[in-house]
Design a protein around this ligand. Structure first.
Ligand code: NDP
Length: 306
């Protein structure tokens, strides 16, 4: 039987459509929800992410406020900026695009965001809410994965889940959300011994390492549900041809542009071994933005309706 594609684009469109009514109600009664985005410096990937987030806000009827301080910005200057958004009554959510320039104390900046405006769920107070399974904004990527699993009715309770990666943004919150859904969760990282063995026991496998196609068929249990969070751009011709020999369209795209995006999981192994999987691109990626919009609308509802 062929594996089910967990279609992030489709689910993202559903989530956004469902938000429309909530945004219209807020706009009619009070004002549009507002999201402030701070992008310090000129990291090319960050610039693309921010552009996409601002565009998605506009499409959803969310007002966005953008600040683009120079790469040389100091911690103190950023604190002043965050404070101005904390006080701005038209701003419901604040997003600080990571990574911040090296001279900036990122922890201090994240801590300075008003927890009731924490669109990414990175403030320690909201991390605590997550650990305690109390309401609060959740980190967008893992929240999107949970939404995808829920909408495809993937059972989690009592199942063995393995999360590879333990970052504050993806791996840790992902593991906690799966735990709260009653999965039996193992977290793996760069010091894990015999990663293949740990992964091969997973009924739900979430890969969030940032290592192109490291997870091959020997890591994937037959019939597992595989969630590939990784986004890696590769340019090596031999590697591209090895990984995408089954996919002429991707090889053509590579011939045109000289690079291709691959996840942390070997694409063909994932298709052949799993019962369901997220493609890269078009799996987890689109959900991250949808959940950012969803978090912003929820924060606006708390500010305006409660
Ligand atoms: P980080 O670099 O912050 O974390 C990577 C994690 O993977 C670390 O915990 C690290 O372990 C672990 N790791 C690295 N190498 C190995 C290895 N060989 N074996 C086992 N574990 C390993 O990355 P992020 O969590 O921010 O992102 C992970 C991936 O997800 C990236 O590709 C990123 O681009 C992508 N991403 C995608 C998003 C989307 O919307 N689809 C959103 C956010 C991220 P250790 O802690 O020991 O160093």
């Amino acid at each position: 039987m062929s594996a089910t594609v967990l279609d992030g684009k489709k689910v993202s469109a559903e989530i956004r459509a469902e938000l429309t009514e909530r945004v219209e109600r807020l706009t009619r009664t009070y004002r549009p929800p507002g999201l402030a985005v701070i992008l310090a410096g000129h990291d090319p990937a960050s610039e693309i992410y921010v552009r996409n987030k601002v565009k998605a806000c506009a499409e959803a009827g969310i007002r966005s406020f953008q600040s683009t301080p120079a790469a040389s910005v100091s911690t103190e200057e950023l604190l002043v900026l965050v404070d101005s958004y904390n006080r701005n009554p038209e701003v419901d959510g604040i997003l600080i695009q990571m990574p911040l320039p090296p001279q900036v104390d990122a922890q201090r900046i994240l801590l300075s965001v008003d927890p009731s405006k924490d669109a990414d769920g990175f403030h320690p107070l909201n991390v605590g809410n997550l650990v305690a399974n109390r309401p609060g904004p959740r980190s967008c990527t893992p929240a999107g994965v949970m939404e995808l699993l829920r909408r495809y009715e993937v059972p989690l309770a009592g199942r063995r889940a393995v999360v590879v990666g333990r970052s504050d943004i993806v791996g840790k919150p992902m593991a906690l959300l799966l735990l709260h859904a009653n999965a039996t969760v193992t977290i793996c990282h760069s010091r894990t011994k015999d990663l293949a063995h740990e992964c091969s026991r997973a009924e739900i496998l979430v890969a969030a390492m940032g290592k192109p196609a490291l997870i091959d068929r020997s890591f994937i249990r037959e019939g597992a549900v595989v969630i590939d969070v990784g986004i890696n751009r590769i340019t090596d011709r031999d590697e591209v041809h090895r990984l995408f020999q089954h996919d002429p369209a991707r090889l053509q795209a590579f011939a045109r542009s000289g690079s291709v995006v691959v996840g942390d999981v070997d694409p063909l192994s994932m298709i052949q071994r799993s019962s369901a999987y997220t493609p890269v691109p078009g799996g987890v990626g689109p959900l991250t933005i949808a959940m950012l919009l969803s978090n912003t609308v929820s924060l606006a509802e708390q500010h305006l309706l409660s």
